[in-house]
Design a protein around this ligand. Structure first.
Ligand SMILES: [Zn+2]
Length: 303
């Protein structure tokens, strides 16, 4: 009877729980399904084979994965957030501040970083990671990684000072205000700008940056270029929103505060447009009292 030599080796490996023929180092903060996919491919296995072996063995998922991957359980837990829990902090205090997948976001790792890490794009495709909301650039390769999935949406931003300044400011906001409040208000800011975009409101800084980046990366999708072009404008709005956030808990807001907020938005964000009327998304945000839930719950990192 014909037997498949690869299948024979895998069955043997599963019985003995020894390492697979080819090892794959996990990328920092890699998602478990991305890692298993790469481990399957590199060893010539169908997708899901290792997952199946690990799930159906009595020795326990992590233990079996460790033995098949040829890596210690410590290495796997330190590398892959899916395998971490808040309880792991007792065993691995150095995980404090690292990504926690219950609140983190999917990203495609910087394509150039992944290649340097040994990913084989011809076989394995992109490396998928867990990231914090503000992990949007690769400092090493001067690239925009952005919030979208797929390395095709990444591109070089070189020395584009507005984006680098925004990334630095964004990081400082997280340090000062914490990841939870900063990420909540960042997504509020994105939503407001998206609404203004729908109105075709002039946002000259973003539009200038879009034209410049688009000329450099004509083959990239406009939607991906826009995410980078709007970033400095979003951070400028986020600064104002962080300053005003506390006042929203004590309505009604003083008219002088509302007027100065409108002036700041007009000066720093919208090139002269003063948010006006009940339908303006910024004024709607300003006049909405945050729910207690907004300031509770889990953060993007273990703490
Ligand atoms: Zn990189």
């Amino acid at each position: 009877m014909h037997t498949d030599p690869i299948t024979d080796r895998i069955l043997l490996t599963a019985r003995r729980l020894g390492p697979l023929p080819r090892r794959v180092q996990p990328f920092p903060d890699e998602r478990i399904d991305s890692y298993l996919n790469r481990l399957d491919h590199t060893n010539g296995l169908r997708y899901g084979t290792i997952e199946h072996l690990a799930r159906t063995n009595d020795h326990g998922y992590l233990s079996v994965l460790s033995q098949l991957a040829g890596l210690s359980t410590d290495t796997l837990i330190r590398s892959m957030p899916d395998l971490r829990s808040s309880a792991d902090l007792a065993a691995f205090p150095d995980l404090q501040g690292r990504v926690w997948p219950k609140r983190a976001h999917h990203r495609t790792a910087c394509h150039l970083c992944a290649l340097q890490h040994g990913a084989r794009p011809d076989v394995t495709g992109d490396v998928s990671i867990w990231a914090r909301h503000h992990d949007l650039v690769c400092y090493r390769h001067r690239r925009w990684i952005g919030p979208r999935l797929g390395s095709a949406s990444q591109f070089s931003i070189g020395n584009e000072t507005a984006i680098w300044a925004a990334a630095k400011t964004h990081r400082k906001f997280v340090e000062k205000h914490g990841p939870l409040r900063t990420s909540n208000l960042y997504f509020d800011a994105l939503h407001i700008i998206d609404r203004w975009f729908g109105w075709r409101l002039e946002l000259p800084d973003a539009q200038r940056l879009f034209a410049k980046l688009h000329a450099q990366h004509e083959q990239k999708r406009s939607a991906d270029i826009w995410t980078a072009a709007y970033y400095p404008t979003t951070i400028a709005l986020l600064r104002i929103m962080l300053d005003l956030h506390g006042a929203r808990y004590s309505p009604p807001l003083a008219m002088t505060l509302v007027e100065s907020a409108r002036d700041r938005v007009a000066h720093d964000v919208t090139a002269g447009y003063h948010p006006t009327g009940w339908h303006d998304p910024f004024l709607q945000w300003l006049n909405t009292q945050p729910s207690p839930y907004d300031e509770s719950g889990h953060t993007e990192v273990l703490q």
